[in-house]
Design a protein around this ligand. Structure first.
Ligand code: TRP
Length: 336
C-alpha cells in the first residue's frame, strides 16, 4: 500500500478518540497538521470516536466532557464545520451495522495479530497471568473491525494516521477485500497517509503525554498557563553563559509558535547568554498570543455546550446522508 497525498484525492477521513482534554502536544502533533490536511481535501470528514473510547472511558460524564472538549478544540483551532463534516461516531448507527457485517467476514486470526491486542496479551504474559485474555474486552479485541467500518462506510480514499494506526488501516483494506470477494465489488479500498510525527517535548523533556503527566493543557487560564510554563525543567547553567538552542525544550516549543525571525532572535539570545526565567516568560507570552483567538472561540463553545451539540448533530445528519448509498449497496449485497 502506498501513501497518497490527501490533496490529490477525494475523501479524507480522520477519527479522534476522546480520551483526554487535548494538550499542546496533541495540537502540534495532530490537530494543526490534521486541520491543514482536511482543509486541502475535496471532501473531508472528521469524527469523534466516542464508542471507540468506550474501551477505556466508561464514565458517561467523562466521555461527554472529552467529546465536547475535542470537538471544541478542533473547531476553535480552525476546523471549518461547513467544509468538513464533523460528527460523533455514536450519532451514525450505520457504522455499527456495517461493523457487525464486516465482523462476519473478518478472520479472527487477523485480529489476533493486531498490535493493541497483542500488547495486552504480552502484558498478561509478563505478569504471569494464567488467563492471557485477562482484562481484555471484546471491544478492545474487535476495535479494528469498528475502525474498518468507520472508514469503509464513507468510501474513504485517504486516512491520515500516525505510525501506530497504520496497521488498522491495513486491516480495513484486508476486510474490504474480503467483503468484496464474498459479496461483490462494493467497498472502496482506503490508503493511509503517514503524517510526519514531530515529537513534542513535555515539562520534563520526555515526549509530551498525559500518561507521563508532563503535558501542557491548551487554553489554560493565563495565570495557570504561566505557572505551567515556569515548571518546564531546565538545567543550572547561569544566565550569562552561552546556551545551545537545539535540544532545549523551551526553544523547541517556542519555535512551534513563532515565525522564523522570532525563532532566530531567541536562538541568538541563547548564544549570547540569557536566563531561563526570561526565556520562559517569552514562551508564555508567545503561547498566549498564538492561542488568543482560538481561546475565545473555545471558551465560548465550552460554556455553551448546546452549540457544540448542534454542530455535531448537524454533522451526524450529513454523515448519515453520505453513508446511505454505501449502506444500501451493502445491505443489498448481503441480504439478496
Ligand atoms: N484508532 C484511532 C486512534 O486511536 C481513532 C480512530 C477510530 C480512527 N476510528 C478511526 C482514526 C478511523 C482514523 C480513522 O487514534
Amino acid at each position: 500500500m502506498q501513501a497518497t497525498k490527501p490533496s490529490e484525492t477525494k475523501v479524507v477521513l480522520t477519527g479522534i478518540k476522546p480520551t483526554n482534554h487535548p494538550h499542546i502536544g496533541n495540537y502540534i502533533g495532530a490537530i494543526r497538521p490534521g486541520i491543514e490536511l482536511v482543509s486541502q481535501a475535496e471532501h473531508s470528514l472528521l469524527f469523534i470516536a466516542d464508542y471507540h473510547a468506550l474501551t477505556t472511558v466508561q464514565d458517561p460524564k467523562e466521555l461527554r466532557e472529552y467529546t465536547l472538549s475535542v470537538a471544541a478544540t478542533w473547531i476553535a483551532c480552525g476546523l471549518d464545520p461547513e467544509r468538513t463534516v464533523i460528527y460523533r461516531q455514536s450519532d451514525v448507527p450505520e457504522i455499527f451495522e456495517l461493523a457487525w457485517i464486516l465482523s462476519c467476514v473478518t478472520p479472527k486470526g487477523l485480529l489476533n495479530r493486531s498490535h493493541a491486542y497483542k500488547a495486552k496479551v504480552q502484558e498478561n504474559q509478563t505478569a504471569e497471568k494464567e488467563d492471557l485474555d485477562f482484562g481484555i474486552s471484546m471491544g478492545l479485541f474487535s476495535y479494528p473491525v469498528l475502525m474498518a467500518a468507520d472508514i469503509l462506510l464513507f468510501n474513504t480514499d485517504i486516512v491520515p494516521v500516525g505510525e501506530d494506526q497504520v496497521q488498522h488501516v491495513e486491516v480495513a483494506r484486508d476486510i474490504a477485500q474480503k467483503f468484496n470477494r464474498v459479496f461483490g465489488d462494493v467497498l472502496k479500498l482506503p490508503n493511509h497517509f503517514l503524517k510526519a510525527e514531530s515529537v513534542v517535548p513535555g515539562l520534563d523533556g520526555r515526549k509530551m503525554s498525559k500518561s507521563y503527566g508532563n503535558h501542557i493543557p491548551l487554553f489554560l487560564e493565563s495565570k495557570k498557563m504561566r505557572k505551567m510554563i515556569m515548571k518546564i525543567i531546565t538545567d543550572s547553567t547561569p544566565p550569562e553563559a552561552p546556551k545551545e538552542p537545539k535540544g532545549s525544550v523551551l526553544y523547541t516549543l517556542y519555535k512551534e509558535f513563532s515565525s522564523i525571525n522570532q525563532a532566530n532572535e531567541l536562538a541568538n539570545l541563547y548564544r549570547e547568554g540569557v536566563g531561563w526565567g526570561e526565556v520562559k516568560q517569552m514562551l508564555f507570552e508567545r503561547i498566549e498570543e498564538y492561542f488568543k483567538g482560538p481561546a475565545l472561540t473555545y471558551n465560548d463553545l465550552i460554556s455553551h455546550p448546546e452549540k457544540i451539540d448542534a454542530i455535531l448533530k448537524d454533522g451526524g445528519m450529513r454523515a448519515r446522508d453520505l453513508a446511505e448509498p454505501t449502506m444500501k449497496k451493502v445491505r443489498a449485497a448481503v441480504r439478496g
